[in-house]
Design a protein around this ligand. Sequence first.
Ligand code: SAH
Length: 240
Amino acid sequence: MLSIVGIGPGGYDDMTVRAVNAIKNADVITGYKLYVDLVRDLTGGKEVFCTEMRGEVERCKKAAEFAISGKNVALISSGDAGIYGMAGLVLKILEDHPEVETEVIPGVSACQSGGAVLGAPLVHDFAVISLSNLLTPWSLIEKRLEAAASADFVIVLYNPGSHKRKDYLSRACDIMLRHKSPETVCGLVKNISRDGETSSITTLERLKSTPVDMLTTVFVGNSQTTVINGKMVTPRGYRI
Ligand code: SAH
């Protein structure tokens, strides 16, 4: 059995009971080192196979090998394994092994946990876009930003920047500013549910020059999003 486990944003309290049980029941744990470290308390005495960042293919192939050999494997992904996670890759790698039983265990994704830190920014239609162009051409990312901004979606940005991609958020803001007001309410959450969690609320104009890293998730409101008692809130339209 191969369990593809979304462990949520980081803290044990934000994991599902199903994810905890899958890790407890596994013979082997595989995952990116940082995420395996987050669940260390649950993996005592088990075989652990970690890879560093960018080791996704190696990690998934190894998880598949363990499962083919008859072991109970938990492949760990942060947040939800089906949202920019390992689920698609490992299911593809196992394409020719239908005998291996698989299950995808959902986890709390950064848009949900980060949204909860900020307040209630996702109460209306939203789009999630990753600014990482490692596997997606930048031209397609721009097209999706333009489409989502022109349709007045709340937009959640994953992978908003790294030391190599310093200006991506600023470029994304320029595209969104073609359709959204500079005063659009935006939020940033860093290290959600981990040591050093921080959050802030700003405007789209100011977001353009705000430093971000790979551990930040960015929220760009729609035209109705407001700040209520320090919380970022997108109304649904109820009359009160
Ligand atoms: N599968 C993950 C997303 C992986 S993509 C999920 O469902 O949450 C990696 C991006 O997710 C990061 O660059 C960041 O934008 C966001 N992210 C994941 N975990 C985070 C956390 N604990 N705090 C802030 N952002 C996080």
